[in-house]
Every structure is written in structure tokens, then in C-alpha cells.
Design a protein around this ligand. Structure first.
Ligand SMILES: Nc1ncnc2c1ncn2[C@@H]1O[C@H](COP(=O)(O)OP(=O)(O)OP(=O)(O)O)[C@@H](O)[C@H]1O
Ligand SMILES: [Mg+2]
Length: 413
């Protein structure tokens, strides 16, 4: 049964309008859309409502999902007609297609370039296609298959590195990326978060986003990667932050070469304004590629001896490679509080013996932080007033100033 478009008039703008007349697997599609988009964020409409719907919806808010599961000539033509109308209205369209013949496929594809998802198999294809549309929508461009309207950006790379295991680098990366995304959103700027710990990366868990199949291809064939391949591998968190998770299966860290990492980052710079990269603790041949590409690079540690010794070695290895230290920002996590005088004295000794100054001291945020990580949400979403969140919001604000200042001084040089 088709629900009227007008029915939802008083409610929030839907993310998708779904044309499902005669679609065979509508029940399971509805379930999947509930899961991927949210039960109250998509609306089922009938073909007869097409003109009205295409007039009403705004391409930057809502996309169109068309469906076809039959070779019946009338149905194929009706679907092709909808594709033509939607592309005339310059809307983003996803065609969900059931078990149809190659001839039918050919006929509907000829009607216009659209995103496409076979349904119900293979699993995940629908989710990936929806994700690509979301990316295309925030880009303000056409569907990813078409070059129309794409904007070239010149993104800034924000590296994040924990000198010892468990010092909080991934928690920092996730929350800095989310704060950045929230700050720059109103300017139409886009933020991505890349998990380069191909073995045990935890960003997918910390943000509760799916690990896409395409991540494996991205990592294993990074030398041949193009913009579409990159976009297909990205998950999206709340439609605001684009996330490259680690692959489903743990891969050796040296599966990528330095030139592969350079290629991934170059593509990322074209598509995003800020790219936060969470690095593995082990220093690899390609770590230098990330360091060199970074506009700002955060090195995290705690106050313990293990952190201190590793930080010492890390700085020494940068110096031995003649890498510039001016992009380094030292961050002390779980820093002692104001009243902990002996803790503060320890920090002073630490920074003197390492010859560094901490750009940021992050407080212990207590159990709430672990809970957020386990729940799969940034601190700002569920523990907005947590002291760690407040400090990380300052880091994000400062990062924007830092990379803008670096850019300005590079321009004037
Ligand atoms: N400032 C903090 N206050 C409270 N808990 C924190 C803080 N920073 C990190 N944590 C918690 O410490 C744990 C380890 O953090 P995280 O996974 O971010 O570290 P990591 O450096 O990325 O570790 P790995 O070496 O495994 O990559 C997480 O459970 C996280 O919630
Ligand atoms: Mg980590």
C-alpha cells in the first residue's frame, strides 16, 4: 500500500522517498531501510505521486529510491520514465533492482545514470549504495557515477599517533574528528576519519559504523585506487563524518607501501576539507608518508615511564630522518588535575627531560569515556559536559587555526 507523500507534511524532512509500486521484496526492503535510514526518515510513495514529489523535494536533503523487480514491459517503461523525470529534476537517485534480465537492466540503465543496488543480494550492497548517495549529497554533486558538479577540495591532514598502546589515541582521533565536523558543518566543509591501524583498528567500534567490504580492496589495491573506490569504502557516522574503518579481517600493516598511502591521502585531500588519520603504534615504512603529508600531527602520551621512553625514541627517529618537528603537537592524556601537586611536578620534569612543551593536557574523563567508546558514540553526543570532551573541543578549534595559519604563512613565503 502506498502511503501519501502529504501524510508526513508536518514531520521532519525525510531522507528518502521510496517508489515501490509492485516491488516483490518490499517487506524486507522496508526492514532494511528502517535499519539504515530510520523508520521515520523514509516515505513510501506511489508512481502516480511522482510529479508532485519531484517538485517538492530538495536534492541536498532527500534522495529518491526507485525499485524494479520484473521484466514486464509496462513496469520497465514506468521505471525508466521515473528515472528520466528524476534526472531532469537533478535529483539523486538510487535504483534498487530485483531479479531481472540483462535486457531489462540495459533498458533502465539507458534511461539515465543513477546509483544502483542489486537486492536482496549481495548483502550490504544497499547500505553501500545509500552511503555513496549520502557522500554525493554532502558533496553537493551528482551521484558518484557522474562527474557532474564535483568540487575539488584541498583538505588538511591531521595525524594522530599514540606513542604507547592504550594511551587514548583512537579516542582522541574520534572525538577531534567529530568536533571538527560539528564546527565546520555550517560552512559546507567535510571531514573524514581514517583508521590506518589495518590490524586492530577500533574506530568502527568507537563509532558503531559498519566495516565495508570495499575497505579490503582499498587496502590491498591502494596503488590503483580512484575516487569512487575510496568513497565506496567509507562508512558514514550520522551523515556528518565519513569514516574509513579498518578492514573486517586483520591485515599485516605492511600490506600498503608508502606510495599507496600517498595515493589514498591525495584522493582524500580532493574530497574532504579535513582528514583525521589514526595511526598504528608500530612505525612502518609508510608512517613517514603520513607524517610528511600531515599539516598537523598530534603525538599522545601519558605520564608513565613507558610513554616517556617511547616519546623520546619517536622524536629521535623523526630527527634522524630530518623530518620537520614544527607540525608536532604534544598531547598529555590523563594529565593530573589542578590539585595534584606531585602529579604536576612530574609533568614538569617529564617535559623538561624530553625537551618538549605540551600543547594540550587532557583530563581523565572517567568511566563515561569508556562507556561512550563502548556505546559507539562521540563524547559530544552522550557526555557533552565531560571534561575530556570540553578539552578536545578546544583541540579541534585550535587545529583549525593552526592549519589555517600554516597555510597563510606558506602562501606568503
Ligand atoms: N582521558 C581519558 N579518560 C578516560 N578514559 C580514557 C581517556 N582516554 C582514553 N580513555 C579510555 O582508554 C581506553 C584506551 O583508549 P584508546 O583505544 O583510544 O587508546 P589507543 O591509544 O588508541 O589504544 P591502541 O594502542 O589500542 O590503539 C579506552 O577505553 C578509552 O575509553
Ligand atoms: Mg587505537
Amino acid at each position: 500500500m502506498a502511503l501519501s507523500f502529504m501524510r508526513k507534511e508536518s514531520e521532519a524532512t525525510p531522507e528518502a522517498m521510496v517508489f515501490s509500486d509492485n516491488f516483490a521484496a518490499m517487506d524486507s526492503l522496508a526492514e532494511d531501510l528502517d535499519g539504515e535510514i530510520g523508520a521515520d526518515k523514509w516515505v513510501e510513495v506511489s508512481n502516480t505521486e511522482a510529479d508532485e514529489v519531484f517538485d517538492e523535494i530538495k536534492r541536498d536533503q532527500t534522495f529518491v529510491i526507485l525499485t524494479l523487480s520484473s521484466d514486464d514491459e509496462g513496469e520497465v517503461e514506468a521505471c525508466a520514465e521515473l528515472i528520466r523525470k528524476a534526472s531532469n529534476a537533478e535529483l539523486l537517485v538510487l535504483l534498487v533492482i530485483g531479479d531481472v534480465s540483462p535486457r531489462t537492466m540495459h533498458n533502465v540503465m539507458r534511461a539515465g545514470a543513477v546509483e544502483f543496488a542489486p537486492y536482496p543480494d549481495p548483502p550490504g550492497a544497499l547500505q553501500e549504495a545509500i552511503n555513496r548517495l549520502r557522500v554525493a549529497r554532502t558533496q553537493g554533486g551528482g551521484a558518484l557515477g557522474s562527474a557532474k558538479g564535483k568540487t575539488q577540495r584541498s583538505g588538511k591532514i591531521v595525524g594522530v599517533y599514540g606513542v604507547a598502546g592504550g594511551v587514548g589515541a583512537s579516542t582522541f582521533a574520534v572525538n577531534v574528528a567529530w568536533e571538527l565536523a560539528s564546527i565546520v558543518r555550517s560552512e559546507g566543509r567535510r571531514v573524514a576519519l581514517f583508521d590506518f591501524n589495518f590490524q586492530y583498528g577500533s574506530i568502527a567500534t568507537f563509532l558503531d559504523v559498519p566495516r565495508r567490504e570495499a575497505v579490503y580492496e582499498l587496502v590491498s589495491e591502494a596503488g590503483n585506487l580512484d575516487q569512487t573506490g575510496l568513497m565506496q569504502a567509507l562508512s558514514s557516522y550520522r551523515d556528518r563524518l565519513h569514516v574509513l574503518t579498518a578492514p573486517r579481517d586483520a591485515l599485516p600493516l605492511d600490506i600498503v607501501a608508502p606510495s599507496d598511502i600517498q595515493n589514498i591521502l591525495a584522493l582524500a585531500r580532493d574530497a574532504f576539507d579535513y582528514v583525521v588519520v589514526d595511526m598504528p603504534q608500530a612505525l612502518m615504512g609508510w608512517s613517514e608518508s603520513v607524517y610528511s603529508a600531515a599539516d598537523v600531527f598530534y603525538a599522545l602520551m601519558e605520564t608513565d615511564m613507558r610513554s616517556a621512553q617511547n616519546m623520546f625514541r619517536f622524536i629521535r627517529s623523526l630527527k634522524s630522518e630530518d623530518l620537520p618537528l614544527n607540525k608536532l603537537q604534544f598531547v598529555l592524556n590523563r594529565a593530573p588535575g589542578l590539585t595534584d601537586l606531585s602529579g604536576k611536578a612530574r609533568v614538569k620534569r617529564l617535559s623538561e627531560s624530553l625537551g618538549i612543551e605540551f600543547a594540550h593536557m587532557l583530563p581523565d574523563g572517567g568511566k563515561q569515556v569508556v562507556n561512550c567508546c563502548d556505546q559507539g558514540a562521540p563524547l559530544a553526543e552522550v557526555a557533552r559536559n565531560n571534561p575530556l570532551r570540553r578539552e578536545i573541543a578546544k583541540v579541534a578549534q585550535r587545529a583549525i587555526t593552526l592549519v589555517t595559519t600554516t597555510e597563510a604563512s606558506a602562501d606568503s613565503a
